[in-house]
Design a protein around this ligand. Structure first.
Ligand SMILES: [Zn+2]
Length: 265
């Protein structure tokens, strides 16, 4: 990591969609950023490709029962963050595939909520820089979200029955990839980190030691915050698909133009 201090990333989408593999990914991921943007006037939606029906310790547990518990937990967490809606695509947990069927489901979601930005797990991460293996479902969900954003959602001839039935093509301007090995944007979440922790606590079936979890989340956020000189931050790899004239290619504000960072509204 460069010792040079970075500027906080301040571009804000009016509308955004978070695409994840499992209930709780969005809350371990960009929840504090989502809360910050929502507080500033953005509208956010969440799509969970699976309902986390394999996320337990007991091989005799009914997976449908677990899925129902986890959907309820995710809906509660989403209320805490402030999302306008949560959708579950009911794909199989542990067997998520970036196939055409999933791409079509995601294109439907994108063309329905018409986001400026889509947030998803960085699909290029197989091994985390800090240690550990990235879950195959996270890679599949990240790649599926990427492929749905570009080019499928913006191409009226991709899944043409969607456009014919009123879901017109839509251009997503940016991808915000979370849990990246090579972040290029840090968002100050000092004001909303508590909401992220509260949202994580809603996933009671997954969290055995809430106090330890809180300490871990605060430590991670503080580490990222040091990069931009704030108490807490979330890191992203931002991919700009449609340039914003007032900003550089990664959405970082240019030094000479401090008045440009936010979209109006
Ligand atoms: Zn997960």
């Amino acid at each position: 990591m460069s010792p040079r201090r970075r500027r906080p990333h301040t571009w804000r989408p009016e509308r955004f969609l978070v695409v994840v593999a499992h209930p709780d990914d969005a809350d371990f991921g960009p929840a504090a950023t989502a809360a910050r943007w929502i507080d500033a006037g953005s509208t956010g939606w969440l799509v969970c490709c699976t309902s986390g029906d394999a996320g337990g310790e007991d091989p005799d547990q009914d997976p449908l029962e677990l899925a129902a518990i986890r959907e309820a937990e995710q809906r509660q967490a989403a209320t805490i963050v402030g999302y306008a809606g949560v959708t579950f695509l009911h794909q199989p947990d542990g067997a998520l595939a970036n196939d055409l069927a999933l791409r079509e489901l995601l294109v439907r979601e994108i063309r329905t909520v018409r986001p400026d930005a889509v947030l998803a797990t960085d699909p290029e991460v197989v091994f985390y820089r800090g240690g550990g293996v990235n879950h195959a479902d996270h890679r599949a969900a990240g790649l599926a979200a990427t492929d749905a954003v570009y080019p499928a959602a913006r191409n009226p001839m991709a899944f043409p029955h969607l456009a014919r039935s009123g879901l017109a093509a839509h251009v997503v301007r940016r991808l915000y990839l979370f849990w990246p090995n090579q972040p290029n944007a840090w968002i100050d979440v000092s004001e909303t980190l508590d909401r992220k922790i509260a949202a994580l606590r809603a996933h009671a079936s997954q969290i055995r030691h809430p106090e330890r979890l809180e300490a871990r989340i605060r430590r991670w956020a503080a580490e990222e915050g040091r990069v931009i000189g704030t108490a807490a931050a979330e890191a992203f790899r931002v991919v700009v698909i449609e340039e914003d004239e007032e900003e550089g290619p990664t959405g970082e504000t240019v030094e000479a133009d401090p008045a440009a960072p936010q979209q109006p509204g």
